[in-house]
Design a protein around this ligand. Sequence first.
Ligand code: HPA
Ligand code: ZN
Length: 336
Amino acid sequence: MQDFIENIPKAELHVHLEGTLEPELSFRLAQKNAIKMPYTTPEELISAYDFTDLPSFLAIYYAGMDVLRTEQDFYDLTWSYLNKARSQNILYAELFFDPQAHTSRGVEFKTVITGIHHAQRDAEEKLGIKSQLILCFLRDMSAESAMEHLMYAEPYLDWIVGVGLDSDEKDNPPLKFADVFAKAKTFGLKLTMHCDVNQNNTHDHIAQCLDDIQVDRIDHGVNSLEKAALWQTIKTKKLGLTVCPVSNRFVVQSLTSKEIRQMLDNQMLVTINSDDPAYFRAYLNENFIELQSEGDFSESDIITLVTNAFKVAWLPEQEKGFYLDKVQHYVESYSA
Ligand code: HPA
Ligand code: ZN
């Protein structure tokens, strides 16, 4: 089963680029940029990853980003992730980035997006992994700041496929950003938002995503299962849910395998993702392997989860077909 998971061609739709920053790269960038690290080794840094909920994770995640200063730093970050992803047989990835977490430290939007884009371009050419970029707004910052950053992105719309909403959900509902997402839609961008697991007012937030914002996808969204009206709408609209098992274990002490099973039983388009793999110490294959083991998922379940990701990817139908054929071909040759 592990071999089957490792080798099946996959897509990843929920990964924060800043969450792929490995301690070794942090140390290298800190040294280059003459930044003093509060730890002496990468191992010591990892042992300080002590999070039990979303806010305690976010504090460590934002502190970690401080080493990212130059265009080359963002290139190196993105290149490293795409190499790792390709080594896990990920053929296509949609990458979140958090520009406000950089502009607030004095790093220009242009610096961030240019470094990322050039690494994406090189990885597609040299490694054969395609990726697209999703600009995430930090929901604990103002709607004005989000709108300002959408305007920074306007000259780069060819480099962005959609917008998302992340960071601390408490008291920051989707409706706070209704105007920003409406404007993004007029730019031709796809819309997604985090509805993290077990947050306050989670059902209202999911309902706002569906009814008011009219998202094209939901990130996490596990609590939709608790209200038939929510999960049935998600199913009817054929919206993808990007669930992140190991990330869930850190914040809710469960891989949510029962919930993922229930989504499959409900024929919802659930997908498996890594979220912040350098922090949670698990990339996409490790997420699948741990989930399979805990939830006793069959090969057929794994195929459905992998197939769902290509189905709900923000790609033209023809390109989805290209990847789905590859999955089909893999499955046939594996069983032969
Ligand atoms: N939730 C909210 N914000 C985030 C996350 C997450 O899982 N990862 C990075 N920023
Ligand atoms: Zn996330």
